[in-house]
Design a protein around this ligand. Sequence first.
Ligand code: UD2
Ligand code: MN
Length: 596
Amino acid sequence: RYFCYGCLFTSVTWTLLLFIYFNLSQESQPLKNVPVKGGQSFKYFPRKFQPRFTRSPSWLQGPNQHWGKEEGRKKAAELSPEMGMIFNEVDQEVRDVGYHKHAFNVLISNRLGYHRELPDTRNTKCKGKLYPVDLPSASVVICFFNEAFSALLRTLHSVLDRTPSHLLHEVILVDDNSEFSKYYFIHEELDAYIKKNLPGKVKLVRNAKREGLIRGRMIGASQATGEVLVFLDSHCEVNEMWLQPLLSPIKEDRRAVVCPVIDIISADTLSYSSSPIVRGGFNWGLHFKWDPVPLSELNGPEGATVPIRSPTMAGGLFAMDRKYFNELGQYDSGMDIWGGENLEISFRIWMCGGRLLIIPCSRVGHIFRKRRPYGSPGGQDTMAHNSLRLAHVWMDEYKEQYFALRPELRSRNYGDIGERLAVRKRLHCNSFKWYLDHIYPEMQVSAPNAKAQHPVFVNKGLRRPKVLQRGRLRNLLTSTCLVAQGRPSEKAGIVVVRDCDSEDPEQAWAYDEEQELILAGLLCLDMSETRSSDPPRLMKCHGSGGSQQWTLGRSNRLYQVSVGQCLMVVDPLSHKGYVAMGICNGSKAQQWQLED
Ligand code: UD2
Ligand code: MN
């Protein structure tokens, strides 16, 4: 028989060539061609979707979980402002869908991976402090619902990496019936990851139905066997020596409930920064707020390193003796999904014989999102329901202050509170008046409703950032300048390029140390947080970076930190002068100069 060796050779060669081509071209393929596993798309799993580039920027090659712990940490310490750069459609979708589903920059979170170095934000005096060796052991409880995988795993690994193993009894993850979604992939993936990489200390509990964070924590606590319970949100990173300063006051006094200082992880850039030392309060709308620490709490020879008494806690991050948690009535299991439990436990601690402290030497970062990315299953306002229960059980006659602000809630049904009233009776708790007089004397009865404040804004105060550079912003391709489309005024609007005029004050930009670009001293150049394809615009300056943060960098590009793209002139030949954001490519259309 005749056999065609030539044919065999040709077909093998072609198969090989096609195979190589397919593999190399994957990253530039449109999204629909990205291969998915078993029909499920796992494109938000960084291990599989770390894009591959022939010449990729060094920071993109790591850090991620492929790097060993040490290597990854070293890399992450040099967090680049260009960490969120978009290179292709996959990046863009990860970013945009990530913002939509999680309200933070998931692209950067994925690239950071599961381990990174953090700036040590403690007061230097903390570093010299010594703690007993025989501290009680901790069970860390982390509830999550639809959390971004990389954020959850970074939370988990930060605990494993920065906690001495003799103090870490276990970590209990409570999956609050997260939806199965191609974007969360937490079901089998998480099981498999834990089995493979973290056998032993990490336990995963799954709620058969959505319980909300309050019952979720109770479920986690009921499975715990360590001496102390430590609760964390699922998008945190614990810092150096975080646990010992929390356990130590509990060892001394089992009725001390302690919170770390909650450092800020930016939702847009994932950069980690120190929080000022503030303490918890609330307003009559029953919203938590941050208050300045009274000087009486701060003096003493040790200054800002001693525990600070706090009228309330923010809610997510605290440690408490496990048996004391049970004695004190855990949480109100009639509260749903989110909200109000933080004030409830705070009032209960103080009114029933405990103490609530903030520990300045313990630092834990938390991603502060600008909105909550999920609702409740029935769409109810669970915050109102929970606050109503809290007011009826704990606030005595002062609940009238709440009703004065929320008259529509007066007649609203709040379920059975018999069990909670019994807790109050059993523990012989003090009155709410006692709490106000002794623990929160700053609270004004029938005062105007103060707005909840975030430490970022407390921190910034009214200080104006220093201007580094002033001038017109000229595009090098068209030699036209960036201006407001209409006349710049207090009103927001889009930007375009026009003929440059050095005399025109309406073309005058200022670039300041916060990396804001301010036009005519009025408005900031801003990008939509959720849609990277929207054109840039002018908005009121908000002073918290992210969507208004720009770098004037290499090869004259104007890079937007949160969107990960560069500003460019769209159609240089048209007189309309439209500009847009685009993938940074170094072209002339993307080159800008701030000049006099
Ligand atoms: C703050 C607290 C949060 C909680 C809340 C009031 C901090 C840093 N965070 O809001 O812990 O006290 O105020 O209720 O102090 N989760 C579930 N199931 C749900 C909803 C949420 O498990 O149905 C998880 C969620 O994934 C997260 C945690 O509960 O890990 C807290 O939720 P959040 O991060 O949305 O709350 P946050 O930080 O806005
Ligand atoms: Mn949170």
